[in-house]
Write a new protein. Structure first.
Length: 163
């Protein structure tokens, strides 16, 4: 299935918080299906709807164990133990950075049936769900970097875009 194109930094839609989903509907599930196709085309371990220009609080996570569909996800609890992981985004192709995030988080969300769930995400799934929630809040991984590191990444990104 074809999917919408990824937005590229500095598209202002990437920095706008997404709108909550009132209910999980067939339209919601169709958006998730499109997101799965886009995520697999990257390939990646997660995707948030705003990355495709869809301003809704929808995300998916898949670390190879199966897709988790999340509507309106929010972190309820985060581990104090951090885990370092290299993060990237199709919205900033060609660049990446190591970030430290909590190694485990408990997330509340609506699943693909519309049921309210709470689930603990650990390791790669925890990193991915936090990364996706950042997108839903209008943040990219570069916003978690120091100004110096962010400027360095963006300079490299701009150089790649020009070539």
């Amino acid at each position: 299935m074809a999917h919408r194109p990824f937005l590229f930094w500095p598209d202002p839609r990437l920095t706008r918080p997404s709108e909550p989903v009132d209910a999980v509907t067939d339209e919601t599930r169709a958006i998730w299906a499109e997101m799965v196709d886009a995520m697999r085309a990257m390939p990646g371990v997660g995707l948030a709807a705003p990355q495709l220009g869809i301003p809704l609080r929808l995300a998916i996570v898949d670390d190879g164990t199966g897709v988790t569909y999340l509507a309106n996800p929010r972190i309820l609890h985060a581990s104090t133990i951090l885990r370092e992981h290299e993060e990237a985004s199709p919205n900033l192709p060609g660049v990446s950075a190591k970030l430290k995030r909590p190694r485990a988080v408990t997330v509340a969300y609506l699943d693909e049936t519309g049921a309210a769930r709470e689930e603990e995400f650990v390791l790669l799934r925890a990193t991915s769900v936090q990364h996706q929630i950042d997108h839903l809040d209008g943040k990219l991984y570069i916003h978690r970097l120091s100004k110096t590191r962010r400027d360095m990444i963006l300079k490299k990104y701009e150089k790649l875009r020009r070539t």
